[in-house]
Design a protein around this ligand. Structure first.
Ligand SMILES: [Zn+2]
Length: 227
């Protein structure tokens, strides 16, 4: 009976609120380079543009993550279809797609690991290429938002809470100096726990998952899907 009532409540919720879809991307560029990219993290730039344009034709409006969060938190009714584009890890390939998004007046949120902004990769693949600190701090268009992805790209659940807290604090220490910094924390690999959520909330950060879920009227969390 309880399950049945929950199902009805969910149906009613979906009737009055269009979902806000938040997409997680990594490399969107012309050429897949196996020496610097993981294949699953790459999307062909023409395929991406076609997808975005077709969603717009279908009535979807791309908005900033901050606007989406405000709607998800406050809307009682929502007829309009909204979506958000987010890019994780701060790869140098962003320089290929950001100019096109700017031309289209489409906002994007970037989730950055501070450690790699010296241009080096400290991850499994030492050839990965990241935006430098200068390049990141030169992105001051109001269409760009900058959030945290942890100081290093470690799996949250493989860290102690103290290590996680240190990683968050150190990253925020750097990124909060960016004029377009937003208090959102995207989990590396989407891995998280109640304890890490609680920690982010105490720091005034909104946790961001990658769990394939659409957002209706969530409180204090954002769900993301792969595009
Ligand atoms: Zn990542």
């Amino acid at each position: 009976m309880k399950l049945f009532i929950q199902k009805i409540q969910r149906k009613l919720l979906h009737l009055r609120l269009q979902p806000i879809r938040v997409f997680c991307l990594h490399h969107v560029c012309k050429t897949y380079d196996e020496s610097t990219m993981y294949y699953d993290d790459w999307m062909d730039i023409d395929k991406f543009k076609a997808k975005v344009l077709s969603m717009q034709q279908d009535g979807v409006e791309f908005i900033s993550l901050t606007d989406a969060y405000n709607k998800i938190t406050n809307d009682k009714f929502r007829n309009h279809k909204y979506a958000v584009l987010t890019f994780d890890d701060g790869y140098a390939s962003l320089k290929e797609i950001l100019p096109w998004l700017a031309e289209q007046h489409i906002p994007a949120a970037l989730f950055i690991n501070g450690k790699y902004l010296d241009g080096k990769s400290y991850r499994d693949n030492p050839k990965e290429q990241y935006l430098t600190k200068e390049e990141l701090f030169a992105l001051t268009s109001p269409l760009i938002e900058i959030g945290s992805h942890g100081w290093e790209h470690n799996r949250t659940t493989e860290m102690t809470l103290e290590e996680f807290a240190e990683s968050v604090k150190r990253n925020i220490g750097l990124l909060s100096g960016h004029p377009n910094y937003i208090p959102f924390g995207a989990y590396t690999y989407g891995s998280h726990s109640n304890n890490t959520d609680d920690y982010l909330h105490r720091q005034g950060l909104v946790p961001i998952y990658i769990d394939g879920v659409k957002n209706y009227n969530e409180i204090k969390v954002i769900h993301r899907e792969l595009l």
